[in-house]
Design a protein around this ligand. Sequence first.
Ligand SMILES: [Zn+2]
Length: 586
Amino acid sequence: MALRSPIFFAGAFLLLAIAYLAYFNVALRTDPAAAESRFNLLLEADAPRRAAAHGERALAMRINNGESADTLAEFKARIARAQIGRDNFKRGVDLLGDALASDWAQDLDIRERIRLQDERARAEILAGDLEGAVAVYASFIELAGDAASRGAADNPDSLDAFYAEQVADVRPLFTKTLNHASPYEALARGREAQLATANQMASLGSFYAMRDEGAYAAAALLSAAYHIRKAVLGGDHQDTVQLTLILGPVFAEMGRLDDAENLYLDAFHAQERAKGSNSPDLSLYIKLLAGIYEQQGRMTEAQALYEHMRSLFQDAFGDQRYAVNRERDRRTDVNRPVSQYFLLEPDYAPTDLVSAAQYSIPISKAPSVDEMKLRLAADEGADPREANLPARLAQLVSLCRSESGDSISLRSGYRSYETQRILYQRNGRRGTVTPPGMSEHQTGLGADIDVNNRFMRPTDRSYQCFEENAFRFGFILSYPPGNDYLPGEDSHEPWHWRYVGVQTAHLYREAGPHQKPQEFLAALPCYQERAASGYFPAAGEPDICLGQPPLLTAAASAEETPQPPGEKDNSARILNDAAGNGRTQR
Ligand SMILES: [Zn+2]
């Protein structure tokens, strides 16, 4: 048998191949299944451009055949991947949008659905539609809740953590897209839509600002939000100004000190216009600005600003503020000072007394007597059913009982003005009874504590426990050694603890005047303001919040404390010069 030439084989093969291809191409054009399997092969082979064409053809045929949106959804999601792979982001966004809107997506595992949303939002960023993507990730942050603010979730497998992870993962894409010289311009849309976008950008930017390597994305997003708010609301609006407090530190972290300086100056001048040039609210911006000057090595200017900040405080929280705070109606205020300088009116009585026994506080007397009652006081803004005086006292007692082994009980809580008067009459100035109107017991906030059935003493182990822990539960020692709050020689009362709320007790512990609780309470707004603005006096510097009680200084307060000459003028000049010259002033 003659051998057939290789050419014959080649020719035959070619014919077959042509026939096959012809058939196949026809099939690809008429049979959706064939087109789809071709699509699958090409997608697997990482050829998205060709895959997309076959996928779209198969899709068109299946739509022509009358298939429903729900049966097509999964296929659309896969075509979207191919389209995104060939940089056709817009089409990818549309296809994923269809898929996400279908019943198919609703039935997906929640994490699968989140991944699809993430995929679509990423394509949106790449397609240049930042608003859509920002809205998606801002909603993820909201859904992540605590996991987003903590940075790390308690449970890394939780859904909260999963949401936070998606937002963290998209960071480089935001950085890349927004990292160009000109500030991002919001699309010309309605005022409300623009503000909504700014809010979402601010929330996303704050998320990145808290994270390692998040500064670039944070700066871009927060700047964009800032520019939108500035354009829509104006530079003086509080929402605009407030953003500088997040954006400024990001700039500073990136070494963009000039940008931070200009931002803080804008904010300072906006606050100055809104609140006046003597407002202590300015001090926060002055402090931030001074910090930037320090980083830039402009020490003289920084120093002048710190001085200016001190003088603002001096003006705002001198005797004047002290007196105002003393006089305002503090009838139900858990921070009301009480002493011979801060008298209570005879008709002052709390309206929210409860039985201590009901809150599992061990008591020394019959539960029905008034003295075994306390106020159901709560911290400002807290739920009184949980964060209240008796519940916290019960916790403190329980902690210290187990630490010390002592038996601890409530000896005396609330006493009315009348009860105090009778007690005082009976005991005179002997012993432990305070004249009526000067006792914290009238507020229902004070608690005399018994240890092993007698007054608590400084040598008790349970006293040490109270000293170390009471502030965590909102209690402070009202009558420390050496105080002059009550008439008589010695009014040190190691057994008398008083509720001021957890925040106030912490503030007293960390920043309050040493062993001067009533003065601290009288000047509380000053201490709060000082803590909020991060201003703490240097060692040896007089405590400007701690004025003398007006009773003692009625004569002295008439004399004005002279201001160091020129101090204010100097800092004003720096602030104005810097504002005028911006970058060039050094
Ligand atoms: Zn007492």
